[in-house]
Structure formats: C-alpha cells, structure tokens
Design a protein around this ligand. Structure first.
Ligand SMILES: NC(=O)c1ccc[n+]([C@@H]2O[C@H](COP(=O)([O-])OP(=O)(O)OC[C@H]3O[C@@H](n4cnc5c(N)ncnc54)[C@H](OP(=O)(O)O)[C@@H]3O)[C@@H](O)[C@H]2O)c1
Length: 171
C-alpha cells in the first residue's frame, strides 16, 4: 500500500499558524490538493485536521472520498464512508481492505510525523507557500526520526509558488 503525503507548508515548514489559521494556503494549492484527493479517492487525516475540515466544510464536493481519521479516541456519528483508525498502520489496512492501492496522507503535523516515524510514507508533495512564520504547527511534529529523500520533480504552481515532489528512500 503506497502512502503519498500532500501538504502546503510555509517556506520554513509550518502548515498552520498558532490557532490553526491556514489562510496563507493559496487558491492554486487548494485546487491542486482537491484534485489529488479526487484522484486518490481516499485520504487519511489526524483527528484535529478531520474536525477542522468538517467544521469548515472543506470536504464539500468530496462526499464520495473515503476518509480515515486517525485517533485513539472514539468518534460519534460519522458519514458511512468515514472511518476511525487507532494508528497509521490500521488506517492503511482499512483502505487496503476496501481495494485501494494508494492513499493520500493529508496532515496535520502530528499525523505526518507518526507516519514518517513508522516508515509508512513513500512520496511527499509540498506546495511551498511564499511565507516565513516565527511559530505555528510544524509540517512534521517534533520527534526522534529521520528520512532521506530523493527529489522527483519540481513544478511551478503560480508566479509565487512551487510544488516539490520527493520520493522517500527506504532504509
Ligand atoms: N497547510 C496544510 O497543508 C495543512 C494540511 C492539513 C492540516 N493542516 C493544519 O494542521 C493543523 C493540525 O495539525 P496537528 O498536528 O495539530 O493535528 P493532526 O495531526 O491533524 O491530529 C493530531 C491527532 O491525530 C491523532 N494521531 C496522530 N498520530 C497518531 C498515532 N500515531 N496514533 C493514533 N492517533 C494519532 C491524535 O488524535 P487523538 O488525540 O484524537 O487520539 C492526535 O491528537 C491544523 O491547523 C490544520 O488546519 C494544514
């Protein structure tokens, strides 16, 4: 099962300001992100990102997408194509059982770090937003891990934005 991480970080690797403001993510990046979700037909998110997306109605137009929220806690009512997994591995198993061969891992920082730490990420797409922040939520939450990457592509999304594509080198 292939796992592809897709994020829109600032130049210095923050995916949200303190207080969860992601207003710096450009329209082009959102468009590209939604296209990627539609292509994957499934996505995995951390419980915080899941709740934020539901509240902000970010999944409007993506009702057919199979969504797995990763959380150690039970959730109440969920649409029938939304699931809760207790770990990154379980999230991938749920999607594998449904016939998916690859999954989009879509944040946030704590979930990204959990996946990377367990060696479960195969590819990374980053839409680098033209902004530097002094603090905020990191692309990968702090932890004791390391991953070596190979640059697989660079695409210009707009005059002000590039998309970096990396393959994760397996140990
Ligand atoms: N710019 C972007 O591209 C982008 C994309 C996505 C999200 N974001 C932003 O990122 C922020 C959220 O990131 P975050 O780091 O605070 O939260 P998060 O990663 O979305 O969610 C964290 C939660 O995920 C669960 N989790 C993570 N690792 C786990 C593991 N190994 N096993 C079981 N559960 C695990 C835990 O849920 P429980 O506590 O429920 O157990 C944890 O509290 C938001 O501001 C969001 O808007 C930005």
């Amino acid at each position: 099962m292939k796992a592809i991480l897709y994020m829109a970080p600032t130049l210095n690797g923050f995916i949200a300001k303190l207080g969860d403001d992601t207003g710096f993510v450009s329209k082009n990046s959102w468009k590209s992100y939604r296209q990627m979700i539609k292509k994957a037909k499934c996505m995995i998110v951390g419980s915080r990102t899941y709740k934020i997306m539901i509240e902000a109605e970010d999944l409007k137009g993506l009702e057919k997408t199979v969504v797995v929220a990763v959380s150690k806690k039970p959730f109440k009512a969920l649409p029938k194509n939304h699931f809760v997994a207790k770990s990154p591995k379980q999230a991938l198993q749920i999607l594998k059982r449904q016939g998916f061969k690859s999954a989009l891992v879509a944040g946030g920082g704590a979930l990204n770090a959990s996946f990377l730490k367990e060696g479960l990420i195969d590819e990374i797409f980053l839409d680098v937003e033209p902004l530097v922040l002094g603090n905020g939520i990191r692309l990968f939450a702090e932890g004791n891990f390391e991953a070596k990457l190979k640059l697989a592509g660079v695409k210009k999304l707009s005059r002000n934005e590039v998309q970096l594509h990396y393959k994760v080198l397996k140990k």
